[in-house]
Ligand binder design. Structure first.
Ligand code: F6P
Length: 328
């Protein structure tokens, strides 16, 4: 709980970047100004707080960033912040710069850092932003929808050439240890099969039979989506060659999924999250994560938020299978 009136907020982005992070930064800065608070941009996430890397923010410093991918504040994953000495230096930076509270934009690593900092007496509010959408505390995380659209664009293009050559394509998508991105994208792109870490791989059932069913339905090209948490798409491609005799082409979408202009959902969500984070601080609430629950914006204590798990909706998997049994 923020006991004293917040006059100056530090805002940072940390962990893997996500489309919409800039929109969230803009919303934090503008809301702070609107509520007569001062704002400082901390560069390079928690590492920047340790090193006192900052820039003053005013209304003009966030002009034209609503549409921009990446993060103007840069981002990093900080080993130093994992140590008590690093965190003490971060607290010193806050004191030196007169920062009364921090708004931290990122994923679970960012929020673990936020919890530690809050325990040292610095009020913190977290904003969920990760293309993985793997945070239990929020139905939605900034960047997911834009990343899905980027992946779908790529897969649609792959499909064109796979169709012409009557080939099998194996596409690896990001998601760290989670399959949310892969499953969502697979349904939207009409994949033949999807492999996610949440479901133990049975190669015969999940790949061979999916391809057989699609072939029997009249298809001559096949799209297998592999979540990176399952393992390498190249290994899956190799097994397809060994066990079915096809000669698949493998594509790893990689960091391309993290770039690009945020779409409407990410801009809108980021702006609402940013506004709510500052509003919470202005009303004396802190040490929480802003999230969505059934469309509403909620504030969840950080410790509780970090323990919440989000399950992959297996019904989506069934939907994909039902669709894949027919001709494209
Ligand atoms: O958490 C976002 C994410 O893009 C994951 O999907 C991926 O596993 C990871 O970050 C990649 O991290 P890096 O940018 O450090 O390679």
């Amino acid at each position: 709980m923020a006991e004293k009136k917040i006059k100056r907020i530090g805002v940072l982005t940390s962990g893997g970047d996500a489309p919409g992070m800039n929109a969230a930064v803009r919303a934090v800065v503008r809301t702070a100004m609107d509520m007569n608070m001062d704002c400082i941009g901390i560069l390079r996430g928690w590492q920047g707080l340790i090193n006192s890397d900052f820039r003053r923010m005013d209304a003009n410093s966030v002009n034209h960033i609503l549409t921009r991918g990446g993060t103007i504040l840069y981002t990093a994953r900080s080993e130093d912040f994992m140590t008590p000495a690093g965190r003490d230096r971060a607290v010193t930076t806050c004191k030196m710069l007169g920062i009364d509270a921090i708004v931290a934009i990122g994923g679970d690593g960012t929020f673990r850092g936020a919890l530690e900092l809050s325990r040292l007496g610095v009020p913190v509010v977290g904003i969920p932003a990760t293309i993985d959408n793997d945070l239990g505390c929020s139905n939605y995380t900034i960047g997911f929808d834009s990343a899905c659209n980027t992946a779908i664009d790529c897969i649609d293009k792959l499909r064109d050439t796979m169709q012409s050559h009557e080939r099998c394509s194996v596409v690896e998508v990001m998601g760290r240890n989670a399959g949310f991105l892969a499953l969502y994208v697979s349904i939207a792109a009409g994949a033949t099969a999807v492999l996610v870490p949440e479901r133990e791989l049975d190669f015969q059932r999940d790949v061979v039979e999916r391809i057989q069913n699609a072939r029997l339905a009249g298809n001559t090209h096949f799209m297998i989506v592999v979540a990176e948490g399952v393992g390498s798409a190249f290994d899956i491609g190799k097994r397809i060659k060994e066990e079915i005799g096809m000669d698949p082409r493998v594509t790893v979408l990689g960091h391309i999924q993290r770039g690009g202009s945020p779409n409407a959902r990410d801009r809108e969500t980021a702006t609402r999250f940013g506004y709510r984070a500052v509003k919470a601080l202005s009303e004396g609430r802190s040490d929480c994560i802003i999230g969505t629950k059934h469309g509403d914006i909620v504030e969840i204590p950080i410790e509780e938020a970090l323990q919440m798990k989000k399950a992959l909706q297996m019904e989506r998997y069934e939907v994909l299978e039902a669709m894949g049994n027919f001709s494209h």
